[in-house]
Design a protein around this ligand. Structure first.
Ligand SMILES: NC(=O)c1ccc[n+]([C@@H]2O[C@H](COP(=O)([O-])OP(=O)(O)OC[C@H]3O[C@@H](n4cnc5c(N)ncnc54)[C@H](OP(=O)(O)O)[C@@H]3O)[C@@H](O)[C@H]2O)c1
Length: 340
């Protein structure tokens, strides 16, 4: 590949049919930037919402989507001190959130939304918005971490602390949910996983699920979760769906339960009754991926636990539309784009 041509996939308007290959120049790193040659990119559900125009209706075109990538540092700006050429790095998606409280305006500097996305041969990361990739993971595996794994990690290990033996209900078997299942199992939490597919639930069991519920054949999955916990209710629910689904999530929670609002797979709104919040002293927390310090802690844990991300399928750089079509169907774990 020529070093001065940067291949990308660019949106010229909303809709997958308007996502097309494009060529541009390799960007020049500013004083605090890393120039990174991408090795693998992973897709998240929100990339579909951006491509179809739901998430950012006023997006400016042309636009390169996606947020998660692993690559090699090939050049550094004159003032860079945190990384060297040759290191393998991951982008910190909320680029201006190193630790602690969120920046005053969250998502002002976010990869793949307010900042350019990752579907290019070469991308720039600010040196403060990158972390070393876990050495034990392949490029394809490492590319899955920046949003899906960090969101799951933040919900289970940063926003609250895991207590072995407690129960967590995880909805679906997509990217965030399977990382949540793997972390939960590693922490000794008892994970109840819901899915539309018995076959996927069988695989979730192999990954360490304590109990499983098919939400298609058992639409009253909240009652099933209450039965599984002897009527007490679960300690923590990861809400991935929204709408009326959240009503069931609240019903499935026990005293001092926690509801982590993560996803909007079914609706852009939530609806639930107020009384159970008071009766059970329920804590609700909205999640927004996580900060860099949490990313570094998570990567350390991934090494210590020898955790391997679950990859549904890998597509080539020339197969990006097919990868997005797969995402629409509901993956088991992650979809990755790697190779030319
Ligand atoms: N707040 C944040 O920081 C944050 C970060 C990442 C993602 N998210 C959001 O979290 C959600 C999941 O993201 P993702 O990237 O992990 O998605 P994904 O990988 O595309 O996951 C899709 C999976 O969701 C499951 N699903 C769909 N409808 C469901 C329902 N009604 N009940 C239970 N499961 C259902 C399906 O699992 P089965 O096939 O097993 O049924 C499907 O495979 C999205 O809404 C995304 O926007 C938020």
């Amino acid at each position: 590949m020529s070093t001065d041509i940067n291949r990308s996939w660019q949106l010229s308007g909303f809709g997958l049919s308007r996502l097309k290959p494009a060529e541009g120049k390799v960007p020049e790193p500013g004083p605090h930037d890393l120039l990174v040659r991408n090795r693998a990119v992973s897709l998240n559900y929100k990339d579909k919402l951006i491509v179809d125009g739901t998430l950012i209706p006023d997006l400016a075109f042309p636009y390169v989507p996606t947020s998660d990538a692993v690559g090699e540092v090939v050049a550094v700006g004159s003032a860079v001190s945190r990384f060297k050429v040759g290191q393998r790095v991951l982008g910190q998606v909320i680029a201006d959130w190193p630790d602690g409280d969120a920046p005053p305006v969250l998502h002002k500097h976010t990869l793949g939304s307010s900042l350019p996305g990752m579907l290019s041969d070469y991308v720039l990361f600010g040196e403060d918005a990158a972390v070393s990739a876990p050495p034990s993971l392949s490029d394809v595996e490492a590319a899955t971490l920046p949003i899906a794994a960090l969101t799951a990690w933040f919900a289970l290990a940063e926003a609250t602390k895991p207590i072995a033996g407690q129960t967590v209900l995880i909805q679906g078997t997509g990217g965030v949910s399977l990382f949540a299942l793997q972390f939960a199992a590693a922490f000794g939490l008892r994970a109840i996983v819901t899915s539309s597919s018995d076959e996927k639930l069988g695989r979730a069991k192999q990954l360490g699920a304590w109990q499983v519920i098919n939400y298609r054949t058992q639409p009253a999955w909240d009652e099933a979760a209450l039965d599984l916990t002897d009527g007490l209710g679960v300690n923590h629910v990861l809400e991935m769906v929204g709408g009326d689904n959240a009503r069931r999530s609240i019903n499935a929670l026990g005293a001092d339960g926690r509801l982590s609002i993560i996803g909007l797979l079914g609706s852009m709104e939530l609806s639930f009754p107020i009384l159970p919040f008071m009766r059970n002293r329920i804590v609700v927390q909205g999640l927004s991926i996580g900060h860099r310090r949490a990313f570094e802690r998570m990567n350390q844990a991934i090494e210590a636990l020898a955790l391997k991300p679950v990859i549904d399928k890998v597509y080539g750089f020339d197969q990006v539309p097919r990868a997005f079509e797969h995402l629409e169907k509901g993956p088991f774990g992650k979809i990755v784009i790697a190779g030319s």
